[in-house]
Design a protein. Structure first.
Length: 298
């Protein structure tokens, strides 16, 4: 048995814990239903938040199989399943990016192959809540387990982060961006940088985009979505607009400067809803101002 967020879950041989974080939160959003065309209905829970990301190898990484296994184990341990959905039934892009689901590089969510479930269990004078996201990328499965428990109930001390080193961190350079994209389905374009509030690209030749344009040109069936992100400076509406402008600027560079087919590239923006790092530091805010490529057809 290997513990997941303090849970007694039985993972298959070869499963690897690649990230763990604990924190004390005033409100963590958990979905209660699918995207309804305007928003994802959620409830917020306060307490000690533990988050873990697991990577499962080979055939053990099938998302449907993982979902059934986890659901069965939770039910056997006395949890009540509150809500469960899969990919387009959840709401696809709008569902995934409306929730605090862990982002790359350690977690991968394929918008066409993911499951989400919530569960709860009564404790003494309180209730614990779980949100589990399961997906696939290449030959691997990815599981994000988020658990909110009453303050002081976690088995480990609450810290700002106890994140383990991710072996894929920084893999989105000019040579690694395509490998990361095809292996896990997404890649942060780490040499595309922005100042706070800005969407203009810096530099005349951006190597990750040169590699990306060449990859798209090899097969016209390949399609990507460029997802823009921001730090938390400013309002949510303004940041969504800026993040969309950043993704659109990268798309324009690929099309206008590098000759990529515009039909293969979409651009979206989600503002500050999927941070890679804490926005309380300069380095964290810089890391959060980014564009990520997500592979949706290959």
């Amino acid at each position: 048995m290997l513990p997941a967020a303090g849970l007694d879950l039985d993972w298959p041989t070869g499963a690897e814990l690649v990230r763990i974080e604990t924190d004390r939160v005033a409100g963590f959003r958990i979905a209660t239903g699918p995207f309804d065309g305007r928003a994802v209905p959620t409830l917020e829970f306060a307490g000690d938040l533990s988050q873990e990301i697991w990577v499962l190898p080979d055939e053990a990484g099938d998302s449907t199989r993982i979902f059934a296994t986890i659901e069965g184990q939770l039910t056997a341990q006395g949890y009540t399943i509150g809500f469960a959905c899969a990919d387009i039934g959840c709401g696809g892009f709008d569902f995934r990016f409306a929730l605090p689901i862990a982002d790359g590089p350690s977690m991968h969510v394929d918008l066409g192959r993911f499951h989400y479930l919530t569960a709860s269990r009564a404790l003494v004078d309180a209730v614990e809540h779980l949100a589990v996201t399961i997906s696939q990328g290449g030959q691997h499965g990815y599981v994000h387990v988020a658990r909110v428990t009453p303050v002081g109930a976690l088995a480990v001390p609450v810290t700002s982060s106890t994140r383990q080193t991710d072996p894929h961190e920084g893999a989105a350079d000019a040579e690694g961006v395509i490998a990361r994209l095809t292996t896990t389905g997404s890649a942060v374009l780490s040499d595309v940088t922005f100042a706070t509030g800005a969407s203009a690209l810096a530099g005349d030749r951006i190597e990750s985009l040169v590699a990306l344009a060449a990859y798209l040109a090899e097969d016209p069936r390949r399609r990507i979505v460029l997802v823009g992100h921001t730090d938390t400076e400013g309002s949510r509406e303004a940041n969504i607009a800026v993040s969309r402008a950043r993704a659109s600027a990268v798309r324009a560079y690929l099309v206008d400067a590098l000759g990529a087919d515009p039909a293969q590239i979409e651009a979206e923006g989600i503002g500050y809803l999927a941070p890679r790092a804490s926005n309380s530091t300069t380095a964290g805010r810089e890391a959060n101002r980014r564009v990520e490529a997500v592979l949706i057809a290959y």
